[in-house]
Design a protein around this ligand. Structure first.
Ligand code: URP
Ligand code: ZN
Ligand code: ZN
Length: 462
């Protein structure tokens, strides 16, 4: 159905102006100061956005939905993750394909795609993890890039699981350079963590509060430096995911000043939660175990200022949902067995608005840039996504900045049994969310169609 959004304050990464938007079919076809309703087709749905912002649909460039990890399976599927994303204003997800070391990459791609196909209500694409890189799988990665997955993911962490040897990392980054695809990377030194975890457990330090000390900032900074050294040698474009602390951001920026093509992602938990959460009593800290771990509060201002200054390009979630009761519980006797992850796909934009914009740490343009436009640019989706332009997909968020509420599990659509931000003050809410011109969420409720989401094939970006 044709759609008119009237009287909104359009806010993009660069602009802020009052206008009406008309969408015929799946794209934006008119943006004008005041569209005369008499010029519109019969049956046009009209949304009054008076007093509200209109943002381009938000993009989360780092989520896990189907994720076999640490002896269990993440709790969401595409239906629950889409509902959660849409309720929070996110219209595009980029999921990590994370196969096991013995799985064939092409089969993994097909499996992940099948998981999304009938259940996604947002548009989606993938980063392809390279967890091994022998010569005989090389052609499969070429084929996956040819099928529209124009980014790799590598793990410098998780020894014995997803971690890639240096020999394979170098070869994978070389191929990425040749194909023009960007390499996204989890940067923490796997061997250092393994040694620190072993000595921690040997000393009887088994609780969730010991997760952080086993992965200190220097371990992450070392990973970022290592990735960037290979990128410097090869010319590969790289993107450090969930960059959590001052030391790691500095390592990325130092490489950028040397001429390395490196972009920095941070994720919302690191902006608003600190290491004290993982030390909560009665194993409650397990809810807050993720990697890299939550850090000392001093790092939070570095992240906010990084977004404000654009030193940090994107704010994602690293949504990795594991239930507290059955899944986090697996690590009751040893923190090394707690499935890592803090689900946040529904809360990201409202947290950025409440604790970033309303706390005067950021302006609205920085929010849109970090949560939508930069991801679209870096991953080959712009200007189809991440923009409010004629011809762009009509992925739009009519956002009510006057809304006041709290974050709570009761309102969350994810299949996890807790909300890491339970009871926190919340300012703002997505009142209407569209994906390619169809309303998919209203006031935190899913009103759309499961299965409507489309796979976004992407071209290499450089
Ligand atoms: O704790 C995290 N980050 N869990 C998901 C896997 C990953 O490292 O991204
Ligand atoms: Zn990671
Ligand atoms: Zn992740």
């Amino acid at each position: 159905m044709p759609l008119l959004i009237r009287n909104g304050r359009l806010i993009t990464a660069t602009d802020d102006y009052l206008a009406d938007i008309f969408c015929a079919g799946e794209t934006i076809t008119r943006i004008e100061p005041a569209i005369d309703p008499k010029t519109l087709p019969a049956g046009t749905e009209v949304i009054d956005a008076t007093g509200k912002y209109v943002f381009p649909g938000f993009i989360d460039p780092h989520v896990h939905i189907y994720l076999p990890f640490m002896g269990t399976l993440a709790a969401d599927d595409y239906a629950s993750a889409s509902r959660a994303a849409l309720a929070g204003g996110t219209t595009t997800l980029i999921e990590m394909i994370c196969p096991g070391p013995t799985d064939a990459p092409w089969e993994a791609f097909e499996l992940w795609r099948a998981k999304a196909k009938d259940l996604a209500a947002v548009d989606y694409t993938f980063h392809m993890s390279v967890v091994r890189f022998e010569d005989h799988v090389r052609d499969q990665f070429r084929k996956i890039v040819g099928a529209g997955v124009a980014s790799f993911k590598v793990f410098l962490a998780y020894k014995g699981a997803l971690n890639l040897s240096d020999e394979h990392l170098f070869a994978a980054m070389k191929l990425a350079r040749e194909l023009g695809v960007i390499v996204t990377a989890h940067c923490e030194n796997a061997d250092a963590i393994d040694a620190l975890q072993k000595s921690s457990l040997a000393a009887g330090h088994t609780g969730p509060e010991w997760h952080g000390p086993s992965r200190p900032p220097v371990v992450e900074a070392d990973g970022v430096h290592h990735l960037c050294a290979f990128a410097e040698l090869l010319g590969t474009h790289v993107y450090t995911v969930h960059t959590s602390c001052d030391a790691a951001v500095r390592a990325g920026l130092a490489a950028r000043y040397r001429g390395v093509n490196v972009w920095i992602e941070s994720v919302i938990p690191h902006f608003v939660l600190d290491e004290s959460y993982a030390a909560r009593p009665d194993f409650e800290g397990a809810k807050y175990v993720m990697s890299p771990p939550l850090r000392h509060t001093a790092n939070q201002e570095v992240l906010w200022n990084g977004v404000k200054s654009r030193a940090i390009s994107t704010v994602a979630t690293d949504h990795a949902p594991f239930r507290f009761r059955e899944q986090k519980e697996m690590g009751r006797t040893a923190f090394t067995l707690i499935p890592n992850g803090i689900p946040s796909v529904q809360e990201r934009v409202d947290l950025m608005h409440t604790y970033g914009v309303c706390a005067e740490r950021l302006d609205l343009h920085a929010l849109v840039d970090a949560c939508s436009t930069q991801a679209a640019r870096l991953f080959g989706l712009y200007p189809r996504k991440g923009a409010i332009r004629i011809g762009s997909d009509a992925d739009l968020v009519v956002y009510d900045p006057a809304f006041r509420g709290t974050f709570s599990k009761a309102e969350s659509h994810s299949n996890v049994d807790y909300n890491a931000y339970e009871g926190w003050q919340r300012i703002g809410r997505a009142s209407v969310v569209t994906v390619r011109g169809a309303v998919q969420a209203r006031d935190g409720k899913f009103v759309g169609t499961i299965g409507r989401g489309q796979f976004l094939a992407r071209e290499p970006t450089h």
